[in-house]
Design a protein. Structure first.
Length: 156
């Protein structure tokens, strides 16, 4: 797991033609309009779809979850208004630690996650949203920043 790859996904878009990036930027601007920065506190851990055979390892949110969900809902509406498909599943605010690529070592990893599930992992301020391009490689995803917008009161 690379710490720089930990992220909180507001909206997964899948493969998008470069010509549609402007529409995504417009949707992002609409979603952040009037949205102020807010604290986010991380804690709790697990796996999706379940802990027995997870495909994604995550950290939960102890504070900031409702604000994240509201921001995700605004982004979902703004993207849908521009022709992007709506997500079928309900939004669940979490920090993605990484994807499980192979079962080797998974049992030990899940034991460690469960052993520390109640620990508080600290607080940070959510000050911006970022559009990332994700390129998949055998060693893991490479994330490239394509665009970012600050929330009100979120710094430069």
């Amino acid at each position: 797991m690379k710490p720089e790859n930990i992220h909180l996904t507001l909206k997964f878009l899948g493969e998008v033609p470069p010509a549609r990036e402007g529409a995504i930027r417009e949707a992002m601007a609409e979603a952040v309009a009037g949205t102020f920065s807010f604290p986010l506190r991380a804690g709790g851990r697990g796996g999706f779809p379940g802990e027995q055979s997870p495909r994604v390892l995550w950290v939960g949110l102890r504070a900031g979850g409702p604000e994240v969900a509201a921001l995700a809902a605004r982004l979902e509406r703004a993207c849908a208004a521009r022709g992007f498909p709506r997500e079928d599943r309900p939004f669940k605010a979490h920090l993605t630690l990484g994807r499980v690529r192979a079962p080797k070592g998974l049992e030990a990893t899940m034991r460690r996650l469960r052993a520390h599930a109640e620990e508080d992992l600290g607080e940070t301020a959510v000050e911006r949203i970022v559009l990332f391009e994700s390129t998949l490689h055998p060693a893991g995803a490479i994330y490239t920043r394509r665009h970012e917008l600050p929330l009100a009161g979120g710094g430069p």
